[in-house]
Design a protein. Structure first.
Length: 694
């Protein structure tokens, strides 16, 4: 993928012929060596610095990327005069509009954005795409199809007209930041506007696919997002990977270059499972892009993607080509030498966690505390506890995909569920499945309208009488199979009055249940009144720089979580899974991540990643790149000289491999009923090892 200082393509319209000629040469050279080329550009962003500081930043950053802007007269003229003319059209004729002011919409990148619903832009852009295709590229990545500014754009006449035609609603007039519309989830017009924007971005990607196919091309199309699960990405920018994954050749997460690459794994692991869900649904590979700085960081980041069942993309444009190759080569060489371990991993997970895009889109507001972090907290807790899980999506639940494989469904505050999804959940439990529901799951329909009657009362065995925003104390009841210590929560709680459910904990000072379980049909449902995932959420490293475009000098790492709540969550999961979990790990400390995937020939790949050193950096300010440590596992709390893996999967021989060791290590294997038991020395794991069981 070609990228760099010319990424903001429309700022260099005067030089498109030269850029296309360079691209043609790149393609011809790469094709001689069997390398395919995907052309990557920003479809709408432009450089338009305002004020001396932004001018200085633009010049400095582009120069750091190897582009001396003073040698590009067209670019400089656009900055100086504030506009550029291309084929008789001024770029200002195609810009997005901030509806609060009626002025051009500013972006986070010191510039304005062009509007992909503008017919002038569409005509010129698709003409440019035809020129790109003609260079012989194998793929196209049209980046930044978004609405600016965050949470408001776009108020141009074309967007206004399209929104009204699609929904029957109207946006407020330009010049008004109308609180009855913007940010008001109780207004069905505003909810429709959020959904329309996600459909509008998807329609653009559909037009691109139809365009190159109409011309006789079949091109690779990658799609990425650094944080697609967040409300900022969807309610804010109108992007939605769930809407476009069916058009794409791969979906992947970008771990932003200004993040501490190795230390971001708890959050990025949850994002990775979201991409895996889309990849499984559409039969495409999932991938993760890291920006490692050295061999050690590259090994750790590569290892994480293998443990997530994904392909790896490592890149650092600040290194020379020789330095980057030297950094990447050991891991790619190792992976290529063991295709039986890494090709086409198949999940065996029996726990499914629903990611409800419907809830993220139109529940409460643009704040991840409402929904996203509750979902993320469950994913991170399961990952860190080595309980294999898959994320499933809204249509997966509605269509009952994978439900025959899953034993436990977790719906973390999936507030927005359709009638079809509610019926699928009820059928799953009635047939013997187990479920965990939290807070307001099912209280709204899929479009965000609150239901007059709570639809899950019979399923959970309790009536919902309202919600409370007050802090609460959860008091476990005697005899309940959960930890006995009280829990303090500042998060909202739903007020559930048990009917025939069995309370395990109550909201102190009330008759309402905090945690309760209910048999239904052949299955069981366990309900939390609050949002335990939110309380256990592990923070993404905090960027110290106040400017998101300026690389920080360091990060303050924060892995804080409420360990008592984590213990409660895991006790409930293990209770519902029963005595036959898929995987049990003994003798391993916190921070050893263990995951497993079925490989060809009914073999198993078991990945072991030592992340304990990153957890030890909690509350430290670390530099970028951060030095990594891989402590001896047997010396940490909970560690032992030998680690035992009990896996409900047949196997007779196990061998341990690692890019860090020359020889493979044969491991002792024994069978105990339907479990394969593997014992391995803790000293055999430094950063990463993989066990091939067959």
């Amino acid at each position: 993928i070609t990228f760099g200082g010319f990424h903001f393509r429309w700022s260099f319209v005067d030089e498109w012929p030269q850029l296309l000629d360079v691209l043609r040469q790149i393609v011809e050279s790469c094709h001689r060596y069997g390398i395919k080329v995907i052309e990557h550009h920003s479809a709408i962003l432009t450089h338009n610095p305002q004020g001396e500081e932004e001018w200085a930043w633009t010049m400095r950053v582009r120069h750091k990327q190897g582009v001396d802007l003073t040698r590009h007269p067209g670019f400089m003229r656009g900055l100086r005069e504030g506009d550029l003319l291309y084929k008789g059209v001024w770029l200002s004729q195609m810009r997005q509009i901030d509806p609060r002011t009626g002025q051009f919409a500013r972006t986070n990148y010191r510039g304005w954005a062009l509007c992909f619903n503008n017919p002038l832009w569409r005509k010129l852009y698709f003409e440019h795409l035809e020129e790109i295709y003609a260079t012989g590229v194998d793929g196209i990545m049209t980046d930044d199809i978004q609405f600016w500014p965050v949470g408001f754009g776009c108020g141009c006449p074309h967007c206004r007209r399209a929104f009204t035609e699609a929904t029957g609603y109207e946006m407020p007039p330009n010049g008004l930041d109308d609180p009855e519309f913007y940010g008001n989830m109780d207004n069905p017009a505003y909810r429709a506007w959020i959904i329309w924007r996600t459909q509008s971005t998807a329609e653009h990607h559909q037009r691109v696919t139809e365009h190159f196919r109409r011309l006789g091309y079949e091109l690779c199309r990658p799609f990425y997002s650094s944080s697609d699960t967040t409300t900022w990405a969807v309610q804010g920018l109108g992007g939605m990977v769930e809407n476009v994954a069916h058009l794409m050749s791969t979906v992947f997460t970008e771990v932003c270059s200004f993040d501490a690459q190795a230390h971001a794994w708890p959050w990025e692991g949850a994002e990775a499972q979201h991409r895996n869900a889309l990849a499984r649904r559409h039969g495409i590979p999932s991938m993760c892009l890291f920006y490692p700085h050295n061999k050690e960081e590259n090994l750790f980041c590569w290892a994480l993607t293998k443990s997530w069942g994904q392909r790896y993309w490592g890149c650092n444009s600040q290194l020379s080509f020789q330095e980057e190759t030297e950094m990447l080569k050991p891991t790619f060489t190792f992976e290529a030498a063991h295709p039986e371990i890494y090709e086409r991993p198949e999940s065996l997970a029996e726990v499914g966690v629903l990611f409800s895009a419907q809830t993220r889109n139109t529940y409460k507001g643009m704040d991840d505390q409402f929904y996203v972090r509750e979902w993320c907290g469950w994913c991170e807790t399961l990952m860190r506890a080595n309980i294999p899980y898959d994320v499933i999506t809204d249509p997966d639940l509605a269509e009952r995909r994978y439900l025959e494989r899953l034993r436990l469904l977790i719906l973390p505050n999936a507030a927005h569920l359709s009638s079809k999804q509610l019926a699928a959940l009820e059928a799953f439990v009635r047939a013997g499945g187990k479920a965990i529901l939290t807070h307001e799951t099912g209280c709204y329909d899929e479009m965000g309208t609150r239901r007059a009657d709570y639809p899950l009362a019979k399923l959970i065995g309790a009536a919902l009488e309202g919600t409370s925003e007050q802090a609460s104390v959860w008091r476990p009841l005697p005899g309940a199979p959960i930890p006995s210590s009280k829990l303090h929560s500042s998060a909202p709680v739903a007020l559930f009055r048990p009917l025939d459910a069995q309370p395990w904990a109550i909201l102190e000072g009330t008759d309402y249940a905090a945690v309760f379980v209910h048999p239904y049909g052949q299955g069981q449902v366990l309900t939390f009144a609050g949002k335990p995932g939110l309380m256990s959420w592990i923070g993404k490293p905090a960027i110290l720089s106040p400017d998101p475009q300026v690389p920080p000098t360091g990060h303050l790492v924060n892995y804080d979580r409420n360990e008592a709540v984590v213990e409660l969550m895991l006790a409930c999961v293990r209770y519902l899974l029963g005595s036959r979990p898929l995987l049990l790990v003994k003798g391993a400390p916190d921070g050893l991540l263990v995951s497993l995937y079925r490989q060809r020939g009914n073999a198993l790949a078991i990945h072991l990643v030592n992340a304990a050193g990153t957890l030890a950096d909690n509350h430290r300010e670390i530099p970028v790149p951060a030095p990594l440590s891989f402590p001896k596992l047997e010396t940490l709390p909970g560690g032992a000289p030998a680690i035992e893996l009990r896996i409900r999967f047949p196997g007779e021989r196990a061998a341990l491999f690692s890019p860090e060791r020359k020889e493979r290590l044969e491991l002792p294997v024994r069978r105990e009923k339907d479990y394969t038991v593997i014992s391995l020395p803790a000293e055999g794991i430094h950063c990463y090892s993989v066990i091939h069981l067959r």
